[in-house]
Each structure stands twice: as structure tokens, then as C-alpha cells.
Ligand binder design. Sequence first.
Ligand code: SAH
Length: 487
Amino acid sequence: MEYKKNDLVEVEIEDIGHDGEGIGKVEGYTLFVKDAVIGDHVLAGITKTKKNYGYARVEKVLTPSPFRVEPKCRFYRQCGGCQIQAMSYGRQLAFKQDKVRNNLIRIGGYDENFVDFVMEPIVGMEEPWHYRNKAQYPVGCDKNGRLITGFYAGRTHDIIANTDCALGVPENQWILEAVLNYMQENKVAAYDEKTGKGLVRHILIRTGFASGEIMVCLVINGKKLPAEDKLIEKLTTIDLGSPEKKLVSISVSINTRQTNVIMGEKIYTLWGRGYIEDSIRILEVQERETESAAGDIDFKATGDAVTFRISPLSFYQVNPKQTEKLYSLALSYAGLTGEETVWDLYCGIGTISLFLAKKAKQVYGVEIIPQAIQDAKENARINGITNAEFYVGKAEEVLPEKYEKEGIYADVIVVDPPRKGCDEKCLETMLAMRPKRIVYVSCDSATLARDLRILSEGGYEVKRVRCLDQFSQSVHVETVCLLSKKP
Ligand code: SAH
């Protein structure tokens, strides 16, 4: 049977694809069905066909899956930010665990039984909503010329007015409304991407979850914002709904280029400080006697934490509650006693490095972005950490150079690379350095599996693997993995 675009077919959804789409078969022909949930029986409209498979979208849910839930956000299908919002949270977690498991088997080449032996249960979120500490909203006009702000509809630059994202914090809405009011009253125009005219391009809001400190940064297509005092007045008089929350920084970022890059390089502070501070607690990982819905481990506060200074341009993890668990897990896998020399590759602003420094003799961080290394050094300083040193450069260049020229040594190497994983030269050098343990933190299980295979073939054994959900409602999953040197 041949199918073509716009055909309507009934499909039983039996699997989930990498991007969260439903997968089903009609007479042996595989369909990837957008917005379908595993277990659904749907009427699907075909959008594109290839020889052996095709794409479709849900026209009607005929029999809903037991895993289907009412999406919280009414823009969920248009936005594309939350690919699996219609799936129950428990099923989302199972999907993520399976995705990593399958990649370890398929790409990593590990035996199924071995993978099941080393994989520990995924760490879910206690509250899978309102977890993001950062949001960047584009500003524009609707068809009637009314000022709006919200988000881009999936794969377009059309702005859909919505100030109430279910992943963001509630005060974002009040802040956005205050900015729009200021613009309206003072006739400040929104930027128009097509013509390159108009002033306000984006509104960036960041909240320190531990500190309660809030930063607002307006990105503008110009040198200066008119009636600045009026904006300051609007923002500083907002009732933030809680005594713990306080606005501490209003700034302006200048971006006059016609580009998709949101932030401009020049930033000036309009009011308050140029940064917010936040801290990430170091938690102790405790095994539980009995496994429950909350998982098989508990995270206990140790009273210790690392403070970070975050400017509008700084990189900072967007889900701080899960980040502290992720880094505490990585720290526990590193098994430090205070005697170790540790290398932290792809260290960003030194988040993991400073965690490690609390328990190691000496930590060295390597990161490609010079500004991030500046932040890392500053963060070490404000925390009084003196046993962490940082280098700017590519991990695959800095590490081999230091190893070949200076004969550097590591007891433990931690890596947290971007999605494309580690460079081969970097892996080769790690193997040559023969550390006792390697801790691999990954945001892409396909490249993780590829790299683990190389490390396994080079004399290391995968000991423990644990997934952690940093981005509920989306298909992303973080994984921490411990390898140790084979005797
Ligand atoms: N561990 C940090 C950052 C992880 S994100 C944290 O959690 O905060 C990955 C980091 O790797 C980014 O900061 C990115 O700038 C950096 N990076 C990308 N390619 C790199 C390379 N080849 N060598 C070193 N760092 C790199």
C-alpha cells in the first residue's frame, strides 16, 4: 500500500522516537507521529513520505494511552519546547532511562545484561514544573500592532504571546507585563527582525533559586533606553509575591546586529548590581533501604555549598535543584578522600571543579570560552577556594600538551562535554594518563555510548551509570557514569 501526503490513517502507537514523537506501523509501514503518546490509538494525517517510513501528526486521539495526560500549557503543540508534555511524568522518566539503555547497547556495544547490571534508577524531579531559573523572551507586535512578548512558535520566528510558561517561575509574568507597560506608556518600540527597526529585542530574566535574587536584562537595538527611570520605577515596585525574592539587577545589553544571537556583547547596568549570586549545595548521596517512587537514593544537605556570581552573559545551569543532585552524584562517583589530583574537562564556569575542590587535593579545569574561565576564577575566589586552577583552551589541545610537555598526572578525570561528546584526541590522552577513575557527565547518550566504548577498549571498565532528569517535559536526559581502571 502506498501512502501520500494528507492521507489519514489509524495507527497504534507502540514506541517513542528520539524527539519524543510516537512511532507506529500501518501495514508494515513505519510512521513517526508528532504529538502522539506511546499507547495511543490515533487518527494521523501524513505530512511527509519516504520509501520505508513517513511522518505524520495527530489529527484525533481515538483511544488515549494510559500514559496520556492533559498538557499544562495550551501552547504546547505550537511551541515545541516541551515535546512530551502530554506524557505522564513517570512514563517520561522510563522513556529517558530506556533511551540511554538502548544507546549503551546499540552504540556502545555493551551486553544487555551488563547494562542492566550497571544502570541505577533514574533520578527524577520532585516538582517537574516551574524549574527553570532563566528565560529569554522575544518582544514584538501582533497583527494589530499591539506589543507582545512570549516565545517563538516551533522552528519559526513568529512570536506567540504567552508570558506564563509552565517551566518558568511565576514572577516572570509580572516582570514581563511591567516591561510591556513601560514600553507602551513611553512609546518604546519593539524590534522588528524583518526591517531591523525598533528598539527592544529580548527580555532576559534570571532568578537565583537559593538566593532569591532576580536579574532583568533588556536587549536593545540601540545605544540607550529612553525614560530609563520609568522602567526602573516599574520594575522596582513589582510585588514579587514573597519576601525571599528580590530584584537586585537591571541591565541593558546592546545588540544592533541583524542576527539570531540574542545577547549583545556590551552590557551596562541600569540599576543595582551587574550580577546576581546563587549557590548550589553539596549534597550527600545516601542509598535507601527501600526503593520508592522518589527513587532509590536520598540527597542530604551537608551544610556546604558553592556560591556563583552570574552576570547576564554567564553560563549557568538552568535547573538548579537537579544540578545540585547531578554534581553531588558526580562528586560521589569521583570517590575523593582529599589526596587526589583531579582534572575537570569542559569545566564551564567551574561549577563541577569547585565541588571537586572541596574534597580533592588539587583540581585543574579546562574550558574553551575565556569569559567562562574568568568567571571560574572569580567564583573560586569568592568561595575562598585556592586549590583550583583553570586553563583556557580546547580539552583536546590543553590536555595532550600538558601531558606531553609537563607530564601532568591525574587520579581522577571528570568530563562534562557538550552534545558532540569528547574529541578522540582528548580520550586518547585520558587513557594515556591512566587515572584511577573517570567520571563522565553527559547530556547526549549517543555520544556518551560512543565514547564509553573507546574508554572500555582502552582499559577502563564501566562501573556505574545513572540518569538524572534536568529537563522534564522535554526529551533531554543527563547521565553520570563511573569508569575505573582495569587491574
Ligand atoms: N561543567 C560545566 C559546563 C558543561 S557544558 C557546568 O556544568 O557548568 C560544556 C562546556 O564545554 C561548555 O562550557 C563549552 O563552552 C565547553 N566546551 C565546548 N567544547 C570544548 C572543548 N573542545 N574543549 C573545552 N571545553 C569545551
